[in-house]
Design a protein around this ligand. Structure first.
Ligand SMILES: Cc1cc2nc3c(=O)[nH]c(=O)nc-3n(C[C@H](O)[C@H](O)[C@H](O)COP(=O)(O)OP(=O)(O)OC[C@H]3O[C@@H](n4cnc5c(N)ncnc54)[C@H](O)[C@@H]3O)c2cc1C
Length: 383
């Protein structure tokens, strides 16, 4: 079966692919998104109800303009979809003053003029009564940050892309793609599609589709837990910000109660590599729950209640934990956006907008230079 030609085929409809589809369809392109599982599945990186959006991030000041643009886009998408997709609950980066997260977030805020306050432990206790900080902890409070409803926003992108004429095919894995005249032939388990341009947003699987990424993207198993607090209202987005914590137990993060009736938290990087992306991720175990409970006991004791829900999720990490957003080496009109290293969801709308501009031949509004594949040239990756 040979399908009609598209302007753009998007390979992988997770958070990023859905956003690319939306922005490209809005530009009038004929778009096809191809997804190996179903839209909103729980085998990749974009499920789990909520994501943190911080404006000043410890990952670097280069990200600030991306986060600011992304926040505007989440607000606009929510208006259009008729639901709240960005909750302006703020964020707080917690740890000793010289910890990596506190230093990094503070530096990014200062470098880019992001409004923030630095609070000592006593002020933190007053401002966030359910938090029990160590005496040597400070917090970088960013009132402009918040929480993105990730599953709802993925669905909104897909629905609005479809309303603008895009097609999406789920349950169909791409098995290969090759040059076809001045465009591309995309081969799936079910047939073939032809398109002028391709964007690969295949998350942890990107290395199967772009060989230059194969040695660069590592898939890691992550476990997320939701725990019943004594009083859910005290953990609502109006009462507690999203938080990231750099402490003696490691790096953790969490979000207010939303969607699932529990307080959500997770370790930031488990460093537990997944060897076989074809197999389901190993489910949460007692040791994973205990790892999270230790954080609740020490810093959020009122949330140390029964488990409300547990989930696993994949981080697809690059060697420097920065993104890869670039042309696919050696291909005409083909780009890849992958390697989001556990901190990409907040930027989906901005990434979608940038990719759609690139496909249309326009200059992207955001600076992508920090995400070029060529930075890994010493590791043998594409220049
Ligand atoms: C537990 C957890 C917590 C996180 N917290 C935050 C946070 O608070 N803030 C934040 O900004 N980010 C966070 N992230 C990171 C963020 O969620 C990811 O960076 C983002 O979701 C990556 O989206 P993606 O579209 O690249 O990947 P995915 O969502 O994995 O999408 C890739 C898609 O491609 C499909 N695919 C792959 N191969 C093929 C193929 N051959 N054919 C067809 N389809 C294919 C897959 O099925 C998948 O649906 C978190 C991630 C996890 C796992």
């Amino acid at each position: 079966m040979t399908e009609r030609a598209y302007d753009l085929v998007v390979i992988g409809v997770g958070g990023m692919g859905a956003a690319v589809m939306f922005h490209a369809a809005r530009r009038g392109m004929r778009v096809l998104g191809i997804e190996r599982f179903d839209a909103g599945h729980d085998r990749g990186s974009s499920h789990g109800v909520t994501r943190i959006l911080r404006l000043g991030v410890h990952e670097g000041a280069d990200y600030v303009s991306w986060a600011q643009r992304a926040r505007d886009l989440w607000l606009a998408l929510g208006d259009e979809a008729g639901e709240v997709l960005f909750h302006p609950c703020g964020s707080v980066d917690l740890g000793p003053p010289d910890s990596e997260i506190v230093r990094g977030s503070r530096a990014a805020c200062e470098a880019r003029g992001v409004p923030h306050e630095v609070l000592d432990a006593a002020a933190l206790r007053e401002r966030i009564p359910v938090l029990n900080p160590d005496d040597d902890m400070i917090g970088v409070l960013q009132p402009g940050s918040g929480m993105v409803a990730c599953e709802a926003s993925l669905m909104a992108h897909v629905a609005l892309a479809r309303a603008a004429g895009a097609e999406v095919r789920c349950g169909e894995a791409v098995v290969g793609w090759e040059a076809d005249g001045d465009g591309h032939r995309i081969v799936t388990e079910a047939g073939e599609h032809r398109a002028a341009a391709v964007v690969v947003t295949a998350g942890a699987w990107a290395g199967e589709l772009v060989p230059e990424l194969a040695g660069l993207i590592r898939a890691e198993r992550q476990v997320v837990g939701w725990f019943h607090p004594d009083d859910p209202a005290a953990f609502a987005p109006e009462r507690i910000p999203c938080w990231i914590l750099d402490g003696p137990l490691g790096h953790f993060y969490g979000l207010p109660v939303h969607g699932i009736p529990g307080f959500k938290l997770a370790r930031m990087a488990h460093e537990e590599e997944i060897d076989d992306l074809g197999a389901p991720v190993r489910p949460p175990e007692d040791a994973d729950v205990e790892d999270l409970r230790a954080v609740l006991r020490r810093w959020f004791p009122r949330a140390d209640g029964p488990v409300a829900s547990l989930a696993t999720c994949i981080f697809e990490t690059t060697p420097d934990r920065d993104f890869i957003i670039d042309r696919v080496p050696g291909r005409q009109a083909a780009w890849v956006a992958a390697g989001f290293s556990g901190h990409g969801y907040k930027y989906c709308g901005a990434v979608g907008e940038v990719m759609a501009a690139l496909v249309a031949g326009d200059a992207p509004a955001l600076d992508m230079s920090a995400f070029a594949l060529g930075r890994f040239a010493a590791l043998g990756a594409g220049a």
